[in-house]
Write a protein that binds this ligand. Structure first.
Ligand code: SF4
Length: 363
């Protein structure tokens, strides 16, 4: 059972026919359940916590698969987001979702299984394209898996698509359902990592770094390919020693030859997020650095700070293993050249690099 305490379940009309609803129903029999219409005047009270303890079951009729929004004037990775839910039961102080959605609650799209054919038709109609797809942009891919059963719905059919991979990105250790499945092909389980200090002080409700890395090791030993994301890197007192501790832990538990990729990005945000962070996380130190506004309107650390972060991480990760599929998330050609020793030049170039990683591991 999920360790995140769901205190109520809101059910929208018409969702009872869907597979996810039945799965949730069986696992939340003890939790107060109500029709969403009757609850509408209570929803405003959820906002301070973004409704993170309310599971809201609804039908979704918008675009199921969409390109990652990326950012203008920077090199992106050509990823596609499978929109399974919005909001997340964890509560990282730096989370951009805090100013991204105007609707509260853990909104789970119950008609996912029934709509998947749309996605598979698209994949099959484009056999020369590699679809790198993830569910972990607008929520955590595994945090609610024990309740929702996402992996049961997604992993078996995705593992049959040779020109697609499904990346399940998480900070949790909810791998039990995943490990119980037989399929491994075309599936990547990836963890967001940080320094032990940032993990303990800013990633509220998330398991410790050691637990995350142990979960990744368990997935590897059960035959899954894994990935890691150091995003957001955040300079803080003794950050070098602190990030080294994370790399040491990885080296202790993880087989580097079975890592498909490791991304790095530094903390960045649209200006309105700052006030939300100050209000929701008054003790945070993520806003302590000096930020400048980039061409895409986002606030980022000064270039020399970002370069120092990336160079340091690259040097130490490559000292561990020299073929980790390291890449930068939303950075410029110049930063790539000056920190990584090469540049994909543009989004197409980075997409090709990541597609090659997929081919290397999945053939
Ligand atoms: S795990 Fe990701 S989506 Fe969830 S609160 Fe943290 S940053 Fe946001």
């Amino acid at each position: 059972m999920a360790s995140f305490s769901i205190e109520r379940v809101l059910v929208e009309r018409g969702v009872e026919q869907y597979r996810i609803f039945s799965h949730v129903r069986e696992r939340t029999a003890e939790i107060p359940q109500s029709n969403s219409a009757k609850e509408s005047d209570r929803m405003a009270g959820d906002y301070p916590d973004m409704g993170k303890k309310t599971l809201h079951l609804l039908e979704y009729n918008g675009e199921l698969l969409k390109p990652c929004p990326g950012t203008t004037n920077h090199i992106c990775c050509g990823y596609q987001i499978l929109n399974v839910a919005t909001n997340c039961p964890l509560d990282c102080s730096y989370c951009i979702l805090q100013s991204y959605f105007n609707e509260p609650n853990l909104r789970v799209f119950t008609n996912l299984a029934e709509r998947l054919e749309e996605v598979f038709n698209l994949i099959e109609n484009n056999p020369d394209k590699i679809f790198r797809i993830g569910t972990g942009e607008f929520t955590d891919s595994l945090a609610l898996d024990p309740l929702i059963g996402w992996t049961d719905i997604l992993v078996p059919p995705f593992s049959k698509r040779k020109n697609a991979i499904l990346e399940l990105k998480t900070k949790t250790v909810h791998i039990e359902k995943l490990l119980a499945l037989r399929e491994r092909d075309q599936i990547i389980v990836s963890w967001s990592l940080n320094s032990p200090t940032i993990a303990a002080t800013e990633e509220h409700r998330a398991p410790s770094l050691k637990k995350r890395i142990e979960a990744a090791a368990a997935c590897q030993s059960e035959g899954f390919l894994v990935g890691f994301h150091f995003d957001p890197l955040i300079p803080h007192p003794n950050w070098q020693d602190d990030y080294l501790k994370t790399i040491d832990l990885m080296a202790r538990f993880i087989d580097p030859a079975r890592i498909i990729w490791i991304s790095m990005g530094s903390f960045r945000f649209m200006p309105p997020l700052k006030a939300v962070i100050r209000q929701r996380h008054p003790h945070t130190s993520v806003l302590d650095g000096e930020f400048v506004r980039g061409l895409d309107g986002k606030m980022r650390y000064f270039k020399p700070i970002r370069m120092e972060l990336y160079r340091f991480m690259r040097e130490h990760l490559e000292a561990w293993h020299n073929d980790l599929g390291l890449y930068l998330c939303m950075e410029s050609d110049e930063i790539w050249r000056r920190t990584m020793g090469w540049t994909p030049k543009n989004t197409e170039g980075l997409s090709r690099f990541l597609d090659e990683r997929v081919k290397k591991f999945f053939g």
